[in-house]
Design a protein around this ligand. Structure first.
Ligand SMILES: NC(=O)c1ccc[n+]([C@@H]2O[C@H](COP(=O)([O-])OP(=O)(O)OC[C@H]3O[C@@H](n4cnc5c(N)ncnc54)[C@H](O)[C@@H]3O)[C@@H](O)[C@H]2O)c1
Length: 260
């Protein structure tokens, strides 16, 4: 029998994009720490698989289909979660999509979808979850942005704009929702997830690029979902009860360097 700890006992935690990658890592750790984990995803098979994994380890979890790029999906999802779980205590705005296109090549449709998921979805999920959190006396929101929100490279126009927007919006939300709800933001660097694998597969020499990425990190390894999950749980827990409106970079030291 697995040992479930009680750090998040009695807490209902929504993790958007919880079916894979960083969101899966956050969901699994929350399950081990005693939360009632609500996995949100557009990939139903992946979401159900994470729920089964948490339950198999004696944790508590449920899955709700929701495309965070659609306001109607978010409204329906929050209503269904409140009805099924009795409320919401913590929201992890993790779901996001990559768009590796430049200023000239990005189409209007691509721009709209990237911003709808990566920026507007963070706002709408928070807007519709916040009243449920306030009704339970307060809570915490953790937004997953990216180092691309502060430093960037070619071909990240919409993604970089969305991720920079999430950092700015975190500060506004922290003020708007204080004192009941704390809002903080994580900036991951290179994290080994299906998103990273898809990006790697588009490079001319995926194996060589992977080695170069590892070498680029001052800590000489790529990050893992659990590296982000540990930080996320800190910002979601009462251990960070006097921290709001801030950002935490989890990048193995990548953005500390100006150049070699
Ligand atoms: N992997 C990295 O190197 C990295 C670095 C910096 C920031 N991030 C950010 O971390 C977050 C998670 O990235 P990841 O690498 O785990 O991605 P991923 O593609 O590996 O997994 C994302 C999950 O979100 C789900 N999802 C995608 N669009 C959705 C939508 N519209 N509604 C609901 N669910 C949706 C996917 O189905 C998938 O299960 C994203 O916001 C991403 O921008 C990732």
């Amino acid at each position: 029998m697995a040992h479930i700890r009680s750090r998040f006992a009695g807490k209902v935690v929504i993790v958007t994009g919880g079916g894979d990658g960083i969101g899966k890592g956050i969901s699994l750790l929350l399950g081990e720490e005693g939360a009632a984990v609500v996995v949100i995803d557009i990939n139903d098979d992946a979401g159900h698989a994470v729920v089964e994994q948490i339950r198999a380890a004696d944790g508590t979890a449920s899955f709700f289909h929701c495309d965070i790029g659609l306001e109607s999906d978010i409204i329906a999802m929050v209503g269904a979660v409140v009805a099924a779980c009795g409320g919401v205590d913590i929201l992890v705005n993790n779901a996001g999509i990559h768009l590796t296109k430049g200023t000239l090549e990005t189409t209007l449709d691509e721009w709209e979808r990237c911003i709808a998921v990566d920026l507007r979805g963070v706002w709408l999920c928070t807007k519709y979850c916040a009243p449920a959190m306030q009704a339970r006396g307060g809570g915490a929101v953790v937004n997953i942005s990216s180092v691309q929100g502060v430093q960037t490279q070619v071909n990240f126009t919409a993604y970089g704009a969305a991720k920079a927007g999430v950092i700015g919006m975190t500060r506004n939300m922290a003020l708007d929702l204080a004192p009941a709800i704390r809002v903080n933001c994580i900036l991951p660097g290179y994290i080994w997830t299906p998103l990273y694998d898809r990006w790697l597969s588009r490079q001319q020499d995926p194996e060589g690029t992977h080695k170069a990425v590892q070498e680029l990190q001052p800590l000489k390894r790529i990050g893992l979902p659990v590296d982000v999950a540990q930080a996320c749980l800190f910002l979601a827990s009462d251990e960070s009860s006097w921290i709001t409106g801030t950002t935490l970079t989890i990048d193995g030291g990548l953005t500390a360097r100006l150049h070699n």
